[in-house]
Design a protein around this ligand. Structure first.
Ligand code: CUA
Length: 360
């Protein structure tokens, strides 16, 4: 039968470990460093670029206000905690039980009411900002966004122009109507602070007004398949004149008499290459394409015959367009849309294959 030491005996032999002055100082130091580091990260926020949209600026202001309120709450709560540890922690030689305290109605009312009021205030501020960033603007430009595995397409209905980059004019309000061709994606422009799901079965909307000239990344923020990580594009905020010039050029290129396959097969193939957004993912100098997601197509006409044994160049390219999962080039994701067979006519497939065969 074992004999357990009573507290009194323990006092005389080995004093129970206590929260001594060194531990208190260390705890206080760690807490102080955490608080200061948190504040610096929050206020300076090295991970977030300057806001480039009016919506982003409103969201940043809200973020700063919420951070300010939560900082005050955090410092008060942690202050009480640290004070209690220092002031009421067990002292050396103190083996008494704590005093039996049963509730404190006044205190409980205070610590229920203060957080409740704080949360209502934050909720009202957030609602106000949400209403502001979603409010229709006079004269806003409609741009239709289409997401598919794994690229973005932007359609300007007024000019009947489709682009793989989003171009907007400085200070012009834009309404994005977004729809997915396949699975759920998420349209995210960190510099605009806007992130919105893009669904296959409904249209979602987002409003943006670019306020800083420049080029900013568009990122897919919803895991959508093997090519999710490379589903990126960019938004170009340009002056009103530059934007109009860009749109006019794109519209003119589209309205130009479409070269028939027989008239100028190379020009026709090049046009199809852009029209079907191949340039979003592939690099091909002849088509002025700089995509990085899929294999580089410079000189593909010389290589196509040697890619898969028993497959002549023409058949290899045709299969690669219509059944992109069939021959995945090593090191590249299975990222190409699978629906080109539905979207392209036979003549178009033939013209595109002919064009690519000519890329020696
Ligand atoms: Cu689309 Cu992730």
């Amino acid at each position: 039968m074992s004999h357990e030491a009573t507290p009194n005996e323990a006092d005389h032999s080995a004093p129970a470990p206590v929260f001594d002055a060194t531990s208190k100082a260390a705890s206080f130091l760690i807490a102080a460093i955490a608080v200061i580091a948190g504040l610096v990260m929050g206020w300076v926020n090295p991970f977030m670029s300057k806001s480039a949209s009016s919506q982003g600026t409103m969201i940043d202001t809200l973020f700063s206000i919420v951070l300010g309120i939560t900082t005050v709450v955090f410092v008060i709560v942690q202050g009480f905690l640290i004070y209690s540890i220092v002031r009421f922690g067990r002292q050396p030689g103190d083996d008494e039980d704590g005093p039996p305290i049963r509730g404190n109605t006044k205190l409980e009312i205070i610590w229920t009411a203060v957080p409740a009021i704080t949360i209502v205030i934050i909720g009202l501020l957030s609602y106000r900002v949400l209403a502001d960033i979603e409010r229709p603007q006079p004269g806003e430009r409609l741009i239709e966004v289409k997401a598919f595995q794994y690229a973005w397409q932007f359609y300007y209905p007024e000019a009947d122009v489709t682009a793989t980059e989003l171009h907007v004019a400085l200070d012009e309000p834009v309404l994005l109507k977004m729809r997915s061709n396949d699975v759920i994606h998420s349209f995210w422009v960190p510099a605009f602070r806007i992130k919105k799901d893009v669904m296959p079965d409904r249209v979602t909307e987002a409003r943006i007004t670019g306020t800083e000239l420049g080029t900013y990344p568009i990122v897919c923020a919803e895991l959508c398949g093997a090519g999710h990580a490379v589903m990126r594009s960019q938004v170009v905020v340009q002056s009103d004149a530059d934007f109009k010039a860009w749109l006019a050029t794109a519209a003119a290129a589209k309205k130009a008499p479409q070269p028939a396959a027989t008239a100028d097969p190379i020009a026709y193939g090049r046009q199809l290459f852009t029209q079907y957004a191949c340039d979003a993912c592939h690099t091909l100098d002849d088509a002025n394409a700089h995509g990085q997601i899929g294999p580089n197509l410079n000189g593909i006409g010389s290589r196509a015959a040697n890619r898969v044994s028993g497959q002549p160049a023409e058949a290899y390219l045709r299969t690669s367009i219509l059944k992109p999962g069939e021959y995945i080039v090593e090191g590249y994701p299975d990222a190409m849309p699978k629906d080109y067979g539905l979207r392209m006519s036979d003549a178009e497939v033939h013209a595109l294959v002919t064009y690519l065969l000519g890329q020696k």
